[in-house]
Design a protein around this ligand. Structure first.
Ligand code: CAA
Length: 388
């Protein structure tokens, strides 16, 4: 029996800031962002959107197809949690009408936790193959204004159904890990924006790639040239290019720059338009590869490098299944992206500066999102979500 991703669906907010607008404001060359970091736009959540609404909107097509009672558990990965105690997935459980006998857990380890959730879900399905698991990764990436990280913000959620005999990707059990106690990116409980030592974080990312790859190839016996495409964690597109060049160098691949580019370029398309979505970004990259590659990916092996600052990293691989295209949602995803509205710099600042009320009063949220689910009110310190 094989186990892996049976269906994948993502969602992002209905508005974005073009990085050329940010560059103009800063009086710098927009190519620093377009070429230098490989990003064009960053999605900004509206005031009635957060990780819960993004997540529920991402998962809706999957739940509509399989039915809410089919899902045994919801594993919710995020590093921008909205509550220190209650799992954000419990709100999503209600919005999607999941069965009260299904369980919900929130997982955290920076951008890595979606991969922990996928691996846990695979193990759970291996024990009970008739019980599929819904994994959702949802995040809002925020850095201080005028910090180097500002241009690498974004938001998005991805939902994946993990099942036996999956239609899209069989995930192999072998993984390679690297864990190290470092402070490259973190967010103390009293801050809403992440702190980051940017250049150091890129060095630790690359070190973790090398270490987890060495662990993976030793344990699995899979060699570099047996992998056809690579999905890297995508804090920004250029990071994947740096990572892939390094992995090719470590393995003395002798590939041309064009050959290296071909193995990652289709993974970058959606993220270039969304920005960083932390836990969701590598899996939105997978979606981008599956939906935008003009090659038939059947039987191709995809290597994944998942990185979570702090840090925990993992290399693993999966094989694309026959007829995978029939399980994808390319039109829906392209519609979500193409119908977005561009923000002016002032509108971006208005959204950026909104602070969640902390006085316990009644705070209705302006109706802005185009998604099915929205945060209607914060009242008595409670977040109240509704379906439209
Ligand atoms: N045209 C083309 N390229 C240009 C340019 C221009 N006019 N001007 C500058 N560039 C290039 C630079 O040469 C540089 O390229 P290289 O990296 O290839 O040398 C690139 O643009 C970036 O410019 P800077 O070196 O000036 O870097 P910066 O000060 O803008 O900071 C950053 C870049 C450190 C990544 C910053 O965006 C940041 O701190 N981001 C947040 C942290 C992050 O994403 N870290 C990634 C690893 S950690 C992780 O993965 C977890 C996570 O999700 C956060």
């Amino acid at each position: 029996m094989s186990v892996g991703i049976d269906e994948i669906s993502f969602y992002t907010s209905g508005q974005y800031l073009d990085l050329k607008t940010l560059a103009q404001q800063q009086g710098i060359d927009p190519n620093k962002y377009y070429d230098g970091i490989g990003q064009e736009k960053m999605a900004m959540p509206s005031l009635d959107e957060d990780i819960v609404t993004l997540a529920a909107n991402a998962a809706l097509p999957i739940v509509e197809r399989v039915g809410p009672d089919a899902i045994a558990a919801l594993l919710f990965a995020t590093e921008t949690g909205i509550d220190q105690s209650k799992a954000a997935g419990v709100y999503v459980h209600r919005l999607l009408g999941l069965h009260s006998n299904s369980r919900v857990i929130e997982l955290k380890q920076a951008c890595y936790s979606a991969t922990a959730a996928v691996q846990m879900a695979c193990a759970m399905v291996a024990r009970q193959p008739e019980r599929p698991i819904l994994v959702i990764a949802s995040d809002v990436a925020r850095y201080d204004l005028e910090s180097p990280g500002e241009a690498t913000q974004g938001c998005g959620a991805v939902a994946m159904l993990i099942s036996a005999n999956p239609r899209i990707l069989e995930i192999a059990p072998e993984v390679g890990n690297h864990t190290e106690d470092v402070m490259d990116f973190w967010r103390p409980n009293y801050r809403s924006n992440a702190l980051v030592d940017g250049k150091y974080s890129t060095k630790i990312y690359l070190k973790s790639l090398k270490r987890s790859w060495e662990n993976y190839t030793e344990l699995s016996g899979v060699t570099y040239d047996e992998i056809d495409y690579f999905c890297y964690h995508l804090p920004f597109g250029k990071m994947a290019q740096k990572a892939h060049s390094q992995l090719a160098r470590v393995n003395r691949s002798g590939q041309t720059p064009e050959e290296l580019e071909r193995q990652i370029e289709p993974t970058l398309i959606y993220n270039r338009a969304i920005g960083n979505s932390y836990t969701a970004s590598m899996y939105i990259g997978l979606c981008s590869l599956l939906e935008n590659s003009t090659d038939d990916l059947t039987a191709k092996r995809i290597g994944f490098f998942s990185y979570g600052s702090g840090c925990v990293a993992e290399f693993f691989a999966g094989v694309v299944q026959p007829n995978y295209r029939s399980a994808l949602h390319p039109q829906k995803h392209q519609k979500v992206l193409s119908e977005r509205v561009e923000l002016s710099h002032d509108e971006y600042l208005r959204l950026y500066h909104f602070a969640n009320p902390t006085d316990g009063g009644e705070h209705p949220m302006p109706e802005e999102t185009r998604g099915r689910f929205r945060l209607a009110t914060i009242s008595g310190h409670k977040r109240e979500y509704i379906a439209r």
